[in-house]
Ligand binder design. Structure first.
Ligand code: TNX
Length: 490
């Protein structure tokens, strides 16, 4: 690693050309000038690079030289189509910059890499970067149920995740403390459980949940940045917000009281209650209908009051409801004990649990997202003195977030069963936007590199030097970060 290339995640190949290009201004040439000029401006203007753009006519013989370095974005059929079209080549020469990719997602990855090369002196080193990701599912799981974070914060989270080339924002939308997405068939969910959160109510002036319209807008915003939103409705445990809103879900028909604490595992649905199946099918059907992406996550974690058979029936119902609504189901690892069909996505989080059901599910064709709490949980404290966060899985310093291997994190799992890696941020103790960002930074970049770069390209000494350079961008974006002592910040 050369200090001139503070790239995270580290690319497949970096071929320096030993020059430097002044880069105070960029002129983006692309087939869709409006779209790409805006995206490039979003990435580059916080770093002081001014951006204009236009169509390919700027490159024609005799055309007036544009103001600024030409950044040409080129979709090329001949380019590397492996890695789901996410591959790209970034070529920085003395006389201009080219990004080539088979699909638009690769073009944006190339622009994100370019942004990481901009120095404080508004120059970029000349270089060729060739790159493609290891895993397709590179995600962030974010809990907005324990504490509510609204559309404006969620857009900034999309920006952050996108800047490290993540493709999935998985939103944990429901839990004991609150319900965060309007459900047309069950309006009481948000009417009665939408404003509550850990410790009481969402701040005055905040609604506390996403309307159907806001959810659509958020997905559109994310999709424009090639991030897919995966909604999670957690059941059959973590359901107190539902049983508070609809008492009919309980055997006694009485709504449960609101819950503002941070215990887990006490709430449930009942398989034999006649209200349960229509509720599960209506809610998951509505969520599937509102969701543009391919997946709906049904939770399934920590249903500690349910005996195994009833648990498996309820999770089986949820998985079936998602498939019936035309989506691919995802669930937490506990769901492996229910009937899992090929392609079902299981999210591994608890390394202490019995691996046998997970290995059986893998043999039955389940795909795995690796989020081991000991490495990927960004709600764990960085160190014992950290003022926020939990420590039930121990401490997760930056080096812990970086130093693990997804293909061996669950012993016995065939490496081909791994679909990707997700960081997770649970928000029991996360109240402010600065809390949220400082738990993700700098750990999210570490996890993004674990998801993108194969082991041969990963190196702790190199990573800690590269990530240090990113603090300038985080400051420019207003993203709070934790200045861990494991990094020599500039
Ligand atoms: C376990 S991880 C949970 C969450 C908590 C988290 C706190 C998982 C699938 N369930 O409900 O928020 O621990 O760290």
């Amino acid at each position: 690693m050369n200090a001139a290339f503070p790239l995270v995640p580290w690319p497949t190949a970096v071929e320096p050309r030993d020059g430097e290009l002044a880069f105070p201004a960029a002129h983006v040439v692309s087939p869709e000038p409006l779209r790409w000029t805006l995206l490039a401006a979003e990435l580059l203007t916080p770093l002081g690079v001014s951006v204009t753009g236009g169509g390919p006519e700027a490159l024609a013989e005799g055309a007036p030289a544009p103001d600024g370095v030409v950044v040409e974005l080129r979709l090329e059929d001949s380019a590397d189509r492996s890695a789901g079209g996410e591959a790209y080549v970034l070529d920085v020469r003395d006389d201009g910059i080219t990004v080539t990719a088979p699909e638009p997602a690769g073009l944006l990855h190339g622009l994100r890499t370019l942004r990481q090369l901009v120095t404080p002196r508004a120059t970029v080193p000349t270089v060729v970067v060739r790159d493609a990701p290891r895993y397709p599912w590179r995600g962030l799981t974010l809990d907005i149920a324990r504490h509510w974070f609204g559309p404006a914060v969620l857009r900034r989270v999309v920006d952050l995740a996108g800047s490290y080339k993540l493709r999935v924002l998985h939103l944990h939308l429901t839990d004991d403390q609150g319900w965060r997405l309007e459900i047309p068939s069950r309006p009481g969910l948000t009417e009665r459980s939408g404003r509550t959160q850990v410790g009481g109510e969402v701040p005055p002036g905040e609604r506390g949940w996403l309307t159907v319209e806001e959810y659509r807008e958020l997905q559109d915003y994310a999709a424009a940045r090639f991030v897919e939103v995966v909604p999670e409705v957690d059941l059959p445990g973590h359901t107190n917000a539902a049983t508070h809103a609809y008492g009919e879900l309980r055997p006694d028909g009485l709504p449960t009281p609101l819950y503002g604490g941070i215990e887990v595992g006490f709430s449930q649905l009942w398989a034999d209650n006649p209200a349960t199946e229509p509720f599960v099918r209506d809610v998951l059907g509505d969520v599937a209908a509102m969701t543009a992406g391919r997946y709906v996550h049904v939770g399934g974690d920590e249903a500690l009051t349910l005996e195994a058979g009833e648990y498996a029936r309820l999770v089986g119902l949820a998985l079936d409801a998602v498939r019936a609504a035309g989506k691919t189901p995802a669930a937490w690892q506990e769901a492996a004990t229910a009937a899992v069909e090929p392609g079902t996505v299981l999210q591994f989080w608890d390394p202490r649990a019995d691996a046998a059901p997970l290995l059986r599910a893998a043999a039955a064709g389940a795909r795995f997202i690796m989020s081991p709490a000991s490495h990927a949980y960004c709600d764990m404290k960085y160190d014992a003195d950290h003022p926020i966060g939990q420590d039930w899985m121990g401490l997760v310093e930056l080096r812990d977030a970086y130093g693990w291997e997804p293909s061996t994190a669950l012993p016995g799992l065939p490496p081909e069963a791994v679909e990707g890696v997700a960081a997770a941020l649970w928000t029991e103790t996360i109240v402010t936007t600065d809390h949220l960002f400082s738990m993700l930074l700098p750990r999210l970049p570490a996890l993004a590199e674990v998801a993108w770069t194969p082991p041969s390209g990963r190196d702790w000494a190199s990573f800690r030097a590269r990530v240090a350079e990113h603090a300038r961008t985080w400051d420019a974006e207003g993203w709070a970060y934790h200045p861990t002592r494991q990094v020599a910040w500039p």
